[in-house]
Design a protein. Sequence first.
Length: 179
Amino acid sequence: MPDSPAAAIAFLRDLGAADLAHPGGTLLAHLRRVERQLAQWGARPALRLAGLCHACYGTDGFPEALLPPDRRADLAGVIGTEAEALVYLYGSCDREASYPALAEDDGVFRDRFTGRAHVPGAGPRRDFAELTAANELDLAVLDPAFRSRWGPALLGLFTRVRPLLSPPAWSSCEAVLAG
């Protein structure tokens, strides 16, 4: 069934996510934990599917891509166009250029694949922030060295984007990064 976690998991397995090493086990294990975290925070299905597939095109912090960005239609056929657009937004983010102004209504977002800049709407920025929190908190929970090294900067980022985060996501950020 398209747009389902089971179809997405099968697709990710076919792409090799279960064989790709990632902190905490495999990339697939990480992706599943991110999706579960988003579910616990009450995320809608499209955001949860984006969380499950967020690393398909690689990310600025994890360059191992399962699919090149020119195969976006393949992923959209499995998880739907809304979820795929969030996966692309997440994977394409040039973090250094985009994070400083993420919480601003007119904050410029730079696409690391194309170099183009654009201003995402409030909804995509909220989804991006929520997905970023779920991803980074998974790593911080599993790896004390990661949390020690990156925790203060992540807490600073999530404090700046707090208006974009759901209350449960912000509570998790505080508990993991400030606690």
